[in-house]
Design a protein around this ligand. Sequence first.
Ligand code: SF4
Length: 87
Amino acid sequence: MDLIKRLSLNKYRVDKESHIRVNLDICRTCSEKPCIKVCPAGTYERSGDVIEVHYERCLECGAALVACPFSAITFKFPEGGVSFRFG
Ligand code: SF4
């Protein structure tokens, strides 16, 4: 089963508030924006000079936290958590 099909099997409740905070002042100076490339769920998308965070897509893998060279991402686990069928 390919990754996209496996990800579609995840089920979770989405919090009303984002559990991801990003310092957009820092993002503005980041030309590579590796968070976009490493996130398997497409949580981060380019929006002009900065990024848009679709926190509801987040799988809590932490890849973007590791990939960000400027520690611009602050993350807390969402209240509802995630439950995986395949993980
Ligand atoms: S890698 Fe970090 S600084 Fe660069 S766009 Fe992503 S969150 Fe912002």
